[in-house]
Design a protein around this ligand. Structure first.
Ligand code: NAD
Length: 476
């Protein structure tokens, strides 16, 4: 299996490295040691990948849904068999506890299984016409897809880019993050070993902006799908606009959590503290702005701080580690800067706030309270292990604050009041809302945002349909 000593490109089913290609080091975030060397695709490599994707698409789109489903199901069973090994690679390069990493890999198998079934359900419809005429709508694959995945979920992000495309009958060139390449490579290898042709699913690496400009500059690519920051998403949408390519953007968030006074505070804390510090807070749907009804604010804040202090931070391979390092050296530096700004503007640091040690990229589980709205951290995604906890006057103020930002990915609310739950469902601007829970992701549920959090969806039937376009056939 792929490991960090044999990193490569996957072009036309061939593993390519060396050959004078430029390289970059892949770093272990727990130690800052070099794990391996990653080759960058040359311009000729990218052209070869594009030509393969074109050829692969024209063959794959003609395959039956049964054949596509069989390949996805076989890949899923290989992923399950290799989950421990892939999870180990993932923890090495990304840092999260290995238990979380293996869970992430298993999710990819579940997603492929769901897509395998879903690709048989890409139904069209028949329109009502007078006798002697007919009109029907069929769904056809959009064309070759370019996918760009981020480093926070090295397996799931890649699975989401390639799974829907392959199910729909598209070919796909994916660029996992150069910082976390091995898990994505291992996942795509399962697809190839499962029967997906080498020109249908390919993997490239390089300088992100160079690779995306090259691929988006080609008329062969008909759809672009990206996971990452809103800033890069806007840039890619502009590039895609030049050739009117279809886009799916899974961008940043700033998850509001509205906790109303009828909630069981301990139950909320047990669920939401774990959700906050999962993957060291580097999650696009991470709960971040905790908006707590005034009566329960002191108990909520104190309970949160107590639980945050009890979290064991360490190497993802240690059994008692609950939170690993941040994934790259930009993480701790960026977070420390945002915390300093919040402190200066009057926020209270209840616990944490500092980098841990001088080896790797560890950061303390951090809680800030009474954070003013003008602090940078209340407006920009902190993408790290920090909770912002503020007292709020009631539902109107909480919903207004939840909707204040241009982001709208995941939102959370805790209340047992049915009227309030209906109001939240109607008024909170988010792609996903969890009421009395923390889970916003499942293979059968569309995942994505509104406003600056993006558009298009991955997972769910939408994950396949957003790689297809309707074609209407009129017969007179
Ligand atoms: P970034 O926005 O530059 O990179 C995010 C991802 O996008 C990386 O995997 C990178 O390889 C890729 N990327 C960057 N420029 C690209 C381009 N021109 N074409 C194609 N891919 C490109 O910065 P970062 O420092 O890695 O992260 C900064 C912020 O991005 C984070 O703090 C967070 O707010 C956000 N982010 C969001 C998600 C998410 O799940 N939505 C994931 C990662 C990062």
């Amino acid at each position: 299996m792929t490991d960090h000593s044999s990193l490569h490109l996957l072009i036309g089913g061939e593993k390519l490295s060396g050959g004078g290609r430029q390289t970059q080091d892949v770093i272990d975030p727990a130690t800052a040691d070099v794990l391996g060397t990653l080759p960058h695709a040359t311009s000729d490599d990218l052209d070869a990948a594009l030509a393969n994707a074109d050829k692969g698409f024209h063959a794959w789109r003609r395959e039956s849904a049964d054949k596509r489903a069989a390949a996805l199901n076989k890949a899923a069973s290989l992923i399950r068999e290799r989950a421990k090994d892939i999870g180990t690679l993932l923890t090495k390069e990304q840092g999260k506890p290995v238990r979380e990493a293996v869970g992430e890999v298993i999710y990819c198998a579940m997603l492929f299984e769901f897509y395998a079934a879903e690709c048989k359900r890409t139904y069209g419809r028949t329109l009502v016409r007078p006798e002697g005429q007919s009109a029907r709508v069929v769904y056809v694959p959009v064309g070759p897809v370019a996918g760009f995945a981020a480093w926070n979920f090295p397996a799931i992000n890649v699975a989401r880019k390639v799974g829907g495309a392959i199910a729909a009958g598209c070919s796909v060139i994916v660029k996992p993050s150069e910082e976390t390449p091995a898990a994505g490579l291992a996942l795509v290898q399962c697809l190839l070993d499962g029967g997906v042709p080498g020109d249908v699913c390919q993997v490239v690496f390089g300088v992100p902006d160079d690779v995306s400009r090259h691929l988006l500059g080609s008329p062969i690519i008909r759809k672009v799908t990206f996971t990452g920051s809103s800033a890069v998403g806007k840039h890619l949408v502009k590039l895609a606009a030049d050739d009117l390519k279809v886009t799916t953007m899974e961008l940043g968030g700033h998850g509001p959590v509205m906790v109303f006074k009828d909630s069981d505070v301990d139950q909320v804390l047990d669920t939401m503290v774990a959700a906050k510090f999962r993957n060291a807070g580097q999650v696009c749907v991470s709960p971040t702005r905790f908006l707590i009804e005034e009566d329960i604010f002191p108990a909520f804040r104190d309970g949160f701080v107590e639980r945050a202090k009890a979290i064991t931070v360490g190497n993802g391979f240690d059994d008692d580690t609950k939170m690993g390092p941040m994934a790259n050296e930009r993480g701790p530096a960026g977070l420390a800067k945002k915390i300093a700004d919040a402190k200066e503007k009057g926020a209270k640091v209840e616990t944490g706030g500092e980098r841990i040690g001088n080896q790797g990229f560890f950061f303390e589980p951090t809680v800030l309270s009474e954070v003013p709205t003008n602090a940078e951290i209340m407006n920009e995604e902190p993408f790290g292990p920090v909770a912002l906890i503020n007292p709020m006057a009631g539902a109107d103020a909480m919903i207004e604050e939840a909707n204040r930002l241009p982001y709208g990915l995941a939102a959370y609310a805790w209340t047992n009041d049915p009227k309030l739950r209906s109001r939240l469902a109607a008024d909170v601007e988010a792609g996903m809302l969890a009421i009395n829970g923390a889970n916003v992701s499942a293979p059968d549920a569309p995942f994505g945002g509104v406003k600056w959090s993006g558009f298009g969806r991955e997972d769910g039937e939408e994950g396949v349909m957003h790689c297809m376009v309707p074609k209407t056939i009129h017969e007179g």
